[in-house]
Design a protein around this ligand. Structure first.
Ligand code: CP
Length: 332
């Protein structure tokens, strides 16, 4: 779809996602979004969080709207989360089964989109393995349609970035004094790019990207981050530690990456390795996680882990984004 480098794609997408008045028309990338807009979305998401034991928040903000989930790559969290977010806002939600969709018969993605557009789907949530797909669709849809990027190759996963920001803010408050370490397969990670850009925009004190050299970001990617290939150095004094999954599906030369035992020994986030971080450091993982490879299983279930909170916050963030783009579609 797009042979450009991830950073170039992010710049193109940044220009496309806003209306002339600065309101959010599509959500394609966090790169280029103003700090005030990110903060407003996080504040809106807070309104959709309810204490454990209470029923989840609901509103009629999307009554009459239709949200279509089009996931051309596997997903548990993001897909279920957009499904629940749309329903809790009163929308009709269509979960297209891509395995039985006409794309399997050779229909182009645009023809699939035009078909759903003709059925008055207003908001299309798209995950695809190819870079540039969400922006490509956004350039072709009618005025009454908004496109939300739910995971784009190794380029971007903006709602994951937002839920990570919300989770960090709820535990740590201000960003400017924080040291955040993202550990693992940075090179192939759309999460590292989205969360990284979001943290930068919110003024994080220090962002460290920790990985084996073969999984380090390409030169020029996330240029504000410090690059580490030693886990202990990368975790020293960190307030937030986020482990990432090895994106095997995006790695062409699997022989070039460490074996799983070797990887865990060098880059696995464990109780022992976490001693280098601050005593009150929080531990994150976007999921799906591979216990015993990227993260020690008992650490993922420990009090320091906020992994299930990330999932909870994901529904709230997606409700906030859906509500915001639906407002921008009013009258179209
Ligand atoms: N974090 C994330 O995108 O998870 P899923 O692949 O399950 O949606």
């Amino acid at each position: 779809m797009n042979a450009a480098e991830p950073e170039q794609i992010l710049e193109d997408e940044a220009r496309l996602q806003l209306n002339d008045d600065g309101s959010l028309r599509h959500l394609l990338t966090l790169k280029g979004l103003e700090r005030s807009l990110l903060v407003d979305i996080l504040d809106d998401a807070e309104r959709y969080l309810t204490p454990t034991g209470r029923l989840p928040a609901r509103s009629g903000a999307l009554a009459g709207r239709t949200v279509a989930n089009l996931f051309f790559e596997p997903s548990t969290r993001t897909r279920a989360s957009f499904d629940l977010a749309g329903k809790r806002l009163g929308a009709d939600v269509l979960n297209l089964d891509v395995n039985t969709s006409s794309r399997k018969k050779g229909e182009s993605i645009l023809d699939t989109i035009y078909t759903l557009q003709a059925m008055r789907c207003d908001i299309m949530v798209v995950r695809d393995a190819s870079a540039g797909v969400p922006a490509y669709i956004a350039r072709h849809v009618k005025d009454h349609v908004s496109i939300l990027n739910a995971g784009e190759s190794d380029v971007s996963h903006p709602t994951q970035g937002l839920l990570d920001l919300l989770t960090i803010r709820r535990h740590k408050g201000r960003f400017d004094k924080l040291v955040v370490a993202i550990v693992g397969d940075i090179r192939h990670s759309r999460v590292a790019r989205s969360t990284g850009w979001g943290l930068h925009t919110l003024g994080v004190g220090e962002l460290r990207l920790v990985s084996p050299p073969s999984m380090a970001p390409p030169p020029g990617d996330l240029p504000f981050a410090k690059i580490h290939d030693n886990l202990d150095d990368g975790l020293a004094g960190a307030d937030v530690v986020m482990a990432l999954r090895i994106q095997r599906e995006r790695i062409s030369d699997l022989d070039g990456i460490p074996g799983t035992a070797e990887y865990f020994a060098s880059y696995g986030v464990s109780h022992e390795r976490l001693r280098a971080a601050k005593p009150d450091a929080i531990v994150m993982h976007p999921g799906p996680m591979n216990r015993g490879i990227e993260i020690e299983g008992s650490l993922a279930d420990s009090k320091q882990s906020v992994i299930t909170e990330q999932v909870t916050n994901g529904v709230a963030v997606r409700m906030a984004v859906l509500e915001r783009v639906a407002k921008a579609l009013e009258g179209r």
